[in-house]
Design a protein around this ligand. Structure first.
Ligand code: ADP
Ligand code: MG
Length: 436
């Protein structure tokens, strides 16, 4: 037995040669390697002319050629460069120590605050939940935004889209929600946005108190598409971890469109044919997989709600990503430019937005008040253009008169300053009082 152990020790000390492959092609994002067995999803390193090693992942193969995609911008690669397969699984350790920290798509800290430590191993993918064992959505989630809490109540475990063109206030709204929500942990994925926006989001929108309970996963627009895809998946895995630890988690992803665009870049590089608006079909099968990994798990004491921003380019609500998001999410909040232009912030268009879980989680009185507010707004919209012309004459229809008279109060109720807090119970009480 001792001899055996000794022999093992000796053998362990003998260096074993690792077979390396060779780079034979690089076109666009895709690198081609031959000469060593690689499997899809495997990590490897490629030697550059400067002697550095570039990290990449195997994304496909044909015959003996493996296709790799680098994590960083590929420079200094030559034909015949060594490709070193990595066999050990890289695992990350996660715990409550991750709160207040910022990581990239590989889970490496990028905030200069030192190593990340934790007591548990982070899965490489969010665990798949049997749909029959998912904890149902039955409790409201306080997001601290009056228009949402009262008119588009979200539930713990619900996944919604925040749809709008650029510059309408998506990021600012996410910042308000991160600061004011009563969730225990907020995981924020900043995917494919401008780097300047990242700093702005952290300093201005989030602030120190928002950051304390948040984990940020960041992959700005200048990151490789692989990193953007991995960062989006990473924030789902992190959120699922805290959910399974029994925490109420809110996941915010800005933006789902940029994730779809990164998937498009990867799929097109691999030779998949483009279909709708240049998006290959695999993009539309990946989106539901991602969204399905959010939501509640089997542990009833934890929950995971998610808000995805979706860019409606040119305020186009027919964009294929917008369409898909609408179909796979449990609701959508539409922000419109016309409201933002009037200074009505948050620019939520109540009429176009819907929360599919709302009716099953709120009281009857709340539901009636919300319905009555919607009806009142619709009435007012009918005569909106007549009022400034002086063509609206009160007295013909008492319901419309009431709607017109109430309108300024409703607008005031739906607007909210960025520093103003709006707890759930107060929102509901105010709504019921307003519509009484
Ligand atoms: N709640 C708000 N209150 C005041 N101004 C806002 C609000 N939301 C957005 N804005 C204005 O709109 C601009 C763009 O908002 P932003 O959230 O960055 O847009 P998006 O993320 O949709 O591109 C902000 O710089 C700010 O001037
Ligand atoms: Mg933004």
């Amino acid at each position: 037995m001792i001899a055996n152990a000794l022999r093992n020790l000796e053998l362990d000390a003998v260096p074993v040669a690792t077979p390396t492959g060779r780079l034979v092609g690089a076109s666009g994002l895709l690198l081609e390697a031959v000469g060593c067995p690689l499997h899809t999803g495997q990590r490897c390193q490629i030697e550059t002319v400067g002697g550095d090693w570039l990290d990449a992942q195997v994304v496909g193969f044909r015959d003996k050629v493996s296709y790799l995609m680098p994590f960083k911008k590929a420079t200094g690669l030559t034909t015949g460069a060594r490709v070193l397969p990595i066999h050990e699984k890289t695992t990350l350790k996660i715990g409550m120590g991750w709160l207040g920290r910022m990581v990239n798509g590989l889970g490496e800290p990028i905030d200069g605050l030192g190593k990340l430590t934790g007591e548990h191993e982070l899965d490489s993918q969010p665990p798949r939940i049997n749909p029959l064992r998912k904890t149902p959505v039955h409790e409201p989630l306080d997001v601290g935004v009056r228009a949402i809490n009262s008119m588009l109540t979200l539930g713990k475990g619900q996944r919604v889209g925040l749809m709008a063109g650029s510059g309408v206030g998506k990021s600012v709204l996410l910042g308000i929600i991160t600061r004011q929500t009563v969730a225990d942990v907020v995981v924020v994925g900043l995917i494919g946005e401008r780097s300047r926006e990242v700093r702005e989001f952290v300093d201005m929108s989030l602030g120190p108190e928002g950051l304390k309970k948040a984990v940020l996963v960041i992959a700005p627009a200048d990151e490789s598409p692989m990193m953007r895809v991995m960062a989006t998946e990473m924030c789902h895995t992190i959120a699922a971890y805290y959910r399974d630890q029994g925490k109420n988690v809110l996941l915010l992803v800005d933006s789902l469109t940029r994730y779809a665009m990164a998937l498009r870049e990867v799929a097109l590089a691999l030779g998949e044919p483009p279909a709708t608006k240049g998006y290959p079909p695999s993009v539309f099968s990946n989106l539901p997989q991602l969204v399905e990994s959010a939501g509640n798990g089997e542990n009833p004491s934890g929950s995971m709600s998610a808000i995805y921003t979706v860019l409606a380019e040119g305020d186009d609500q027919q964009d294929p990503v917008v369409d898909t998001a609408r179909a796979i999410l449990d609701g959508h909040i539409v922000l419109t430019r016309s409201l933002a232009e009037r200074g009505h912030y948050p620019a939520i268009d109540i009429g176009q937005s819907i929360s599919r879980c709302m009716n099953s989680i709120i009281s009857k009185e709340h539901m009636l008040a919300a319905r009555s507010l919607k009806a009142s707004m619709a009435r007012h919209d009918r005569v909106r253009d007549l009022i400034p012309l002086g063509a609206y004459v009160p007295g013909a229809d008492p319901v419309t008169d009431k709607a017109v008279q109430r309108h300024p109060y409703i607008e005031h109720f739906l607007c909210q300053g960025t520093k103003e807090d709006a707890p759930y119970t107060a929102c509901v009480e105010n709504l019921e009082r307003l519509m009484a």
